[in-house]
Design a protein around this ligand. Structure first.
Ligand code: BV8
Length: 244
């Protein structure tokens, strides 16, 4: 085991651990992060431009096709050893996961997820009346455009159940997360570049409450100089060692 001693000293006695995960948590499962190059049909598209209300207003069929490509991709992959380690840890410690990710890999690894701060790929809703809309199966092959589903309640268009840039975060997940930062013994920040607000402000909020913050990320991030300890490792490498 080569978990850095300062991190072991914080994790071993922790009874209540809050975990904030970003796209890097799912990277070793094969889910590209926002900064990874997109592939195939989407290699020339900027995710940050597609994940906006403006893109949706301009061309819902292109945005819907991109999200359905991501649904198909997530369904094809498996949780990695990092997801599984967090689920294992929860058998002996209170582990509260708040994720920026819109995939379901924490859940499929057996974790109960406290909050999806940016929504989920798997919960489309009507763009007009906000009623849930059934998620259609994605096409077997990626397509460049795909008409979104029609809301059975009002005939509006079904939209991805995610939070786009420029949209407010849903209140309940945000409040549950800030609550879970107040009384934690430790905040683990895993696989996020700490660029996107307000989620990127959570580590500082934890420290304001005297909660030690550990970053697990192979690369330096915008958060690295605002945490107590840094472990330059990946989710699937580090977490199983931390939890064993
Ligand atoms: C908001 C869901 C109030 C969608 C996402 C101007 C106008 C409007 C808004 C703003 C503005 N300026 C700033 C803002 C606020 C904006 C923002 O922060 N922009 C940034 C870019 C500056 N935020 C918002 O708009 C938020 N809402 O502020 O509302 C408001 C309203 C109106 C006007 C003003 C304010 C909403 C943000 C939510 C956006 N939705 N996702 C979808 O998925 O399609 S964000 C999305 O990108 C992800 O959820 C993630 O949070 C974020 C970053 O993605 P990535 O970079 O891929 O992932 P990550 O950051 O996690 O980086 C990967 C990391 O993993 C790296 O560090 C890498 O080293 C590491 N890694 C890689 N491999 C591994 C690993 N780590 C561990 N193990 C590995 N194997």
């Amino acid at each position: 085991m080569n978990v850095p001693a300062p991190i072991l000293d914080l994790a071993r006695p922790a009874r209540r651990v809050t975990v904030l995960t970003g796209a890097g948590m799912s990277a070793e499962s094969g889910v590209p992060t926002f900064r990874d190059a997109q592939t195939g049909l989407w290699e020339n598209f900027d995710p940050a431009a597609l994940a906006t209300p403006e893109a949706w207003q301009a061309d819902p069929a292109t945005v819907w096709a991109w999200y359905q490509w991501r649904v198909a991709l997530v369904r094809r992959v498996e949780p990695n050893a990092g997801h599984r380690a967090l689920a294992e840890w929860a058998r002996s410690t209170e582990v509260r996961i708040s994720t920026q990710n819109v995939d379901d890999l924490h859940e499929r690894a057996g974790s109960a997820v406290l909050a999806h701060l940016h929504g989920s790929l798997f919960s489309p809703r009507c763009d007009r009346c906000a009623q849930p809309v059934e998620l259609p199966d994605p096409p077997s092959e990626p397509v460049a455009r795909l008409e979104p589903p029609v809301c059975p309640a009002c005939g509006g268009a079904g939209r991805p159940g995610v939070v786009w840039f420029g949209e407010m975060l849903p209140r309940e997940p945000w409040e549950a997360t800030t609550e879970a930062l107040r009384d934690a013994d430790l905040l683990l920040v895993i696989g996020t570049s700490g660029v996107v607000y307000p989620a990127a402000g959570l580590p500082s909020l934890a420290r304001d409450h005297g909660v030690p913050v550990v970053e697990i990320n192979p690369d330096e991030t915008d958060l690295s100089d605002r945490v107590d300890e840094v472990w330059r490792t990946t989710a699937a490498t580090g977490l199983p060692q931390l939890v064993e």
